[in-house]
Design a binder for this molecule. Structure first.
Ligand code: FAD
Length: 406
């Protein structure tokens, strides 16, 4: 069996440093190459790290700073735009050992994982944008935009939804798919909302979707999903300024019950919008010496609340697989074990997204069916057997990795 000794990890977001920690545990040296000079991009938003993500981070000895940077979030209440309470569900089940889900700023999660990785002795090089990679006799060579090259036994693409590694593995890989939604969000203090800390409130408004959660320190964290059927050109959203966003959002939510307009009006920082993309099914996630994990392989919509958690799970399982098997077998087994889980989660989130992006006749049908269907659907996922599978997922580091199935 060829034993992997060195790995090149491309991308220093969530999957990258987590993979480096998992490889280190498996006795494999790696270096993380991150394109950005200081920290990763697009970190202004917040996210939920579900119980399964916390558990996977714990297996890497890296959960405490992430948990400390956030607040526990267990419940979600759904509202219609008319103010009707549609139902409630768990946002991330609390596991038998008390592990629960947390909401935290994306930037804080990046920072927490980054610091844990550096603390464990991982080298992270910044300003290294991968522009090419090729297999060599016994390994891989990566090329960076600054003109440098590095060699390793394998290359792990952790470079997010707009991955540069993915088209190297599969030149005909599908591009990220536009979900029909623009995401805008922010943080505000001094607004009174009728909500208890740590409970998400989600409003399926008449024209757009609004979500908010009260943090324990009184700050309200919010986001809006605005249906936009045709995909905006790259860069066109950057020309929309804060007062234009505020005007557009308050008009969209003007006829809805709930605190959306009050929250948006009171938000004083800059607002910016970004199109929501997902990564559809790839034919395969790897070649013989290169693999993509995290969003580069399978980005669910943010609606799933699982992107970061899945990226951490991927990192842990890939490390374990490479501990036990040669690269080709390890990549194959990894994909066989991971694919059913991530594709189920992507499908569930896409169903909810379709409800958010509904316009015209679809929206009318949605408004009639959703009060009955959606709470049942969410309840089944969060509180029932599917929820146990989703949040209770566990990677047992100590059991040997099985061989690939033919
Ligand atoms: C608005 C929003 C809300 C979200 N909400 C949630 C949520 O509630 N729960 C949840 O779990 N997830 C959520 N997500 C998704 C979550 O952020 C991602 O799933 C997660 O960050 C994936 O981690 P990753 O490491 O695979 O990719 P990323 O975090 O995107 O990291 C990729 C890294 O690769 C670097 N990179 C890119 N190209 C190159 C290159 N060529 N060379 C070198 N480096 C490169 C990037 O700079 C970046 O640092 C949300 C995402 C968004 C945008």
């Amino acid at each position: 069996m060829i034993q992997v000794r060195t790995a090149l990890i491309v991308g220093g977001g969530i999957a990258g440093p987590a993979a480096a920690m998992a490889l280190r545990r498996a006795g494999i040296d790696s270096v993380v190459y991150e394109a950005h000079a200081v920290s990763a991009e697009g970190t202004g938003a917040f996210l939920t790290l579900a119980a399964n993500g916390v558990r996977a981070l714990r297996s890497l000895g890296a959960d405490k700073p992430a948990v400390a940077a956030g607040f526990a979030t267990n419940a979600i209440t759904l509202w219609s735009g008319t103010g009707k309470r549609l139902g409630a569900a768990a946002v991330s089940a609390t596991l038998e050992d008390g592990t629960t889900g947390y909401t935290l700023k994306r930037a804080d999660l990046y920072q927490a994982i980054y610091e844990q990785a550096v603390g464990q002795g991982i080298r992270i090089e910044h300003g290294k944008r991968l522009i090419g990679a090729e297999t060599t006799g016994g390994g891989v060579r990566a090329q960076f935009a600054d003109g440098t090259n590095v060699n390793g036994d394998i290359l792990i693409g952790c470079d997010g939804i707009y991955s540069a590694v993915r088209p190297i593995i599969h030149p005909d890989a599908p591009k990220p798919a536009y979900s029909g939604l623009i995401n805008v969000g922010g943080y505000v203090r001094g607004v009174q909302v009728d909500a208890s800390p740590g409970t998400y409130h989600m409003v399926f408004g008449k024209r757009a979707f609004f979500g908010y959660v009260l943090a324990p320190d009184g700050e309200v964290w919010w986001f809006a999903n605005v249906p936009e059927p045709s995909e905006p050109d790259r860069g066109s959203l950057t020309s929309v300024n804060t007062s234009q966003w505020r005007k557009r959002l308050t008009a969209l939510f003007a006829d809805d019950a709930g605190p959306a307009t009050k929250i948006i009006d009171a938000t004083s920082h800059d607002l910016s919008g970004s199109p929501v993309h997902t990564m559809p099914r790839l034919p395969s996630w790897h070649s013989d010496r290169m693999i993509v994990i995290g969003d580069a392989a399978h980005a669910p919509s943010p609606t799933s609340g699982q992107g970061a958690s899945l990226a951490i799970e991927d990192a842990l399982l890939l490390g374990k697989s490479l501990r036990d098997l040669g690269p080709d077998q390890a990549f194959t087994v990894f994909e066989q074990l991971r694919r059913p889980r991530v594709e189920r989660i992507i499908k569930q989130a896409a169903r909810i997204n379709n409800n958010k992006a509904a316009t015209g006749a679809t929206r009318i049908a949605r408004d009639l069916l959703m009060p009955v269907m959606l709470p049942l659907f969410l309840k089944a996922i969060a509180n029932g057997k599917p929820g146990k599978k989703l949040y209770g997922y566990q990677i047992d580091w100590d059991t040997p990795t099985p061989s690939a199935q033919k």
